[in-house]
Write a protein that binds this ligand. Structure first.
Ligand code: ZN
Length: 248
């Protein structure tokens, strides 16, 4: 077990970033009571927070590190994992691990964040109370511009575009969500997030910056959507684009 993999004076090293990001997310109510988490991929190395740790108190030495290429070896079963580095403190690997790996392998993401944000949960409850809808849709809100157009596409969504986030049903064990998350990724090739009913959301991006800002934009939109619903305001509207009239 190599301590070198998680020892660096650089605050932007994944082993230092994960604890600092998780502490921020804890203050936002995204990873309360050890739920939720964050994983970063640096080329072939994947850094993952352990299960059950208090997210605001996590240290670099608590992290697991694995090789993505080794993980995709045909000789390993779906649930088998070979860690390059594990913490010594009797911690257990996160149940989110295969879900984070799905974002890294299927989308070549550089970072994946899982929150138990109440706004995400409330949006899934509102959809369930409606007609059991399997996707969240919203348009004509400025913050939608915080999202990329999709996997391997350049540029971001525009103000008038519709942001669509698929919803999957929760399972008793987090690991069992993996096949449903992967199915949702196949059905929605351009999505950067999947909502989990009565549970939370998984959000990824090609790097830490993009995953974090998309996660923040999404949480903003989920909160806004809940408040809009309370006020009887629709999430989807038809609005004529306003074009500048000045020509000078
Ligand atoms: Zn969870």
């Amino acid at each position: 077990m190599s301590a070198d993999l998680v020892t660096s004076p650089d605050p932007s090293h994944p082993a230092n970033l994960i604890p600092s990001l998780c502490a921020k997310f804890w203050h936002l109510g995204w990873v309360t009571g050890t739920g939720g988490g964050c994983s970063i991929r640096d080329d072939d190395l994947v850094y993952i927070a352990p299960s059950g740790v208090q997210k605001e108190l996590m240290k670099a030495s608590d992290l697991y590190v694995l090789s993505l290429a080794a993980q995709q070896s045909a000789s390993l079963s779906r649930r088998q994992r070979v860690y390059l580095r594990a913490p010594e403190s009797g911690l257990k690997p996160s149940q989110c691990t295969p879900l984070f790996l799905a974002a890294f392998t299927k989308r070549r993401a550089g970072c994946c964040i899982h929150t138990h944000s109440q706004w995400a949960v409330l949006v899934t409850l509102l959809l369930e109370a409606g007609s059991g809808e399997k996707e969240f849709r919203i348009n004509n809100i400025e913050q939608i511009k915080g999202f990329g157009r999709g996997f391997e596409k350049s540029g971001n969504l525009g103000y008038h575009d519709t942001l669509v986030i698929p919803v999957i049903e929760n399972t008793a064990h987090e690991e069992d969500l993996t096949e449903f998350l992967e199915e949702a990724m196949d059905r929605y090739p351009d999505t950067y997030a999947v909502l989990v009913r009565r549970h939370g959301v998984y959000v990824w991006g090609e790097n830490v910056h993009k995953a974090k800002t998309q996660c923040e934009s999404l949480d903003y939109l989920f909160q806004l959507a809940v408040e809009m619903k309370k006020l009887g305001l629709p999430w989807i509207t038809q609005i004529e684009p306003v074009v500048p009239t000045r020509t000078e």
